[in-house]
Design a binder for this molecule. Structure first.
Ligand SMILES: C[S@@+](CC[C@H](N)C(=O)[O-])C[C@H]1O[C@@H](n2cnc3c(N)ncnc32)[C@H](O)[C@@H]1O
Length: 408
């Protein structure tokens, strides 16, 4: 796919460009060539046709990631290849913007590395005034187009600058700052926070009391400064982001929180009890905490909240004897537990007429794809099971389970 150029932005924001984009059906590789040919024959400039088809392809890709709630925004947005990959889901950006909204209407926020402007637009939606800054001129031009198309030009000013090279920057004049550092380079994920752009330590050193910064969900917790909330968000069961908040953006005195979209269920370190959950053998039910709960280090809070226990202090499986309904847990009814042995498991599944399995694992070195192949399930067998591979101490075990209806 060709990269988006500065000249494309001008073409795409022209009246002809906007009309053409609005006409295009969702991108389909099989018909793209013919569509391009038809549009050129209809008299559209070739450069515009190429730029519009690139946008069409990017929008179709992003629509899949954002889901219906976010996809409704896309007809107003231009995208870049990197921007499409790095932009937050609008539902997640809106959740963050609600936090910033407590600063009060008209408060000013510096958005350091604004990308194509999804966060900036969400912040403008809650009445904040945004200085949106990005070092990449094409990205900044796309952000400007997105701000204009969304009717937020009065609230958001986009400038193309490198925030680290700003001479005499007076970040403290803003009521708050938000940074979403680039964490990829040439498609590769940058794992060291110091290699992000701007680096995490640079962001944390900003002379701004009210600060939010997006980080990797697996961030080493030793890097979270005192007085900062580590917030993790999942959407539909998948962890979609983590961020640090301080000052008025921190929720009270919290240090950790997990929020589950779309329902918005939330658990925090205030839900932790003095006592740690007991360690016991597997009960009638096995529960798998949502990834946001695990990343936020709140498995103990969820376990205690359902009167549950852990099988192993280092493994995030919760167990109970009673059926529980928790938005933070996917629950399975335990049918059988046995030491892990491929031969034994294969025989068990055959005897029980199991033809379909979902394999889960924590604390197990077993290769799931390899195991699935080795189980040689009979496709005609109708029973379905959840197979949970884990360990108790050093002993690998397997629990054969049935899925419970999703809680709540
Ligand atoms: C993860 S993206 C931001 C996505 C954005 N939050 C959104 O809503 O679309 C990071 C952006 O930071 C920009 N960036 C990286 N280093 C920068 C720097 N030193 N100064 C300004 N912008 C920078 C990159 O060009 C990139 O567009």
């Amino acid at each position: 796919m060709s990269a988006v150029q500065l000249a494309d932005v001008a073409l795409l924001t022209s009246a002809d460009g906007r009309r053409l984009l609005a006409e295009l059906l969702p991108y389909d590789d099989r018909t793209a060539l013919a569509t391009g040919e038809r549009l050129r024959r209809a008299g559209h400039p070739p450069a515009l046709v190429t730029a519009a088809l690139t946008q069409n392809r990017l929008r179709t890709r992003v629509a899949q990631r954002w889901g219906p709630a976010g996809a409704a925004l896309l007809p107003h947005l231009l995208l870049t290849v990197d921007g499409a990959e790095q932009a937050p889901r609008p539902t997640v950006a809106a959740l963050r913007a609600a936090r910033f909204g407590r600063l009060g209407i008209g408060s000013s926020v510096a958005d350091l590395g604004c990308g194509i402007g999804i966060d900036a637009l969400a912040l403008a939606n809650v009445g904040l005034d945004i200085a949106a800054l990005d070092r990449d001129p094409v990205t900044a031009a796309v952000a400007t187009a997105n701000v204009e198309a969304s009717g937020h030009s009065d609230r958001v000013t986009v400038t193309s600058i490198d925030v680290q090279e700003q001479r005499d920057p007076t970040w403290s004049r803003y009521d708050a700052a938000f940074a979403d550092p680039a964490r990829r380079l040439n498609g590769r994920r940058l794992t060291r926070p110091e290699s992000w752009s701007p680096p995490l330590s640079w962001v944390l050193a900003l002379p701004v009391t009210n600060l939010g910064v997006k980080v990797a969900p697996g961030l080493d917790r030793d890097l979270v400064p005192a007085g900062t909330e580590f917030s993790v968000v999942s959407d539909g069961g998948a962890v979609v982001e983590a961020a640090l908040y301080r000052g008025a953006l921190r929720d009270g005195a919290l240090s950790r929180s997990a929020t589950l979209l779309p329902a918005g269920a939330r658990i925090t370190d205030a839900d932790l009890t003095e006592a740690a959950p007991p360690i016991r053998s597997i009960g009638e039910y096995l529960h798998e905490p949502d990834g946001a709960v695990i990343r936020a280090g709140l498995v103990a809070a969820v376990a205690m909240g359902v009167d549950g226990w852990l099988l192993d202090p280092r493994i995030a499986y919760v167990s109970t004897d009673a059926e529980v309904a928790s938005p933070f847990l996917a629950s399975y009814r335990v049918l059988d537990v046995m030491p892990f042995s491929l031969k034994r498991l294969r025989g068990y599944l055959r005897i029980h007429g199991v033809g379909h399995v979902v394999i889960k694992k924590r604390g197990s070195a077993v290769d799931v794809d390899e195991l699935r192949r080795s189980l040689r399930l009979e496709r005609t067998a109708s029973e379905r099971r959840i197979i949970v591979l884990t360990r108790i101490g050093v002993d690998p075990i397997v629990a054969v389970c049935l899925a419970q209806e999703p809680a709540l």
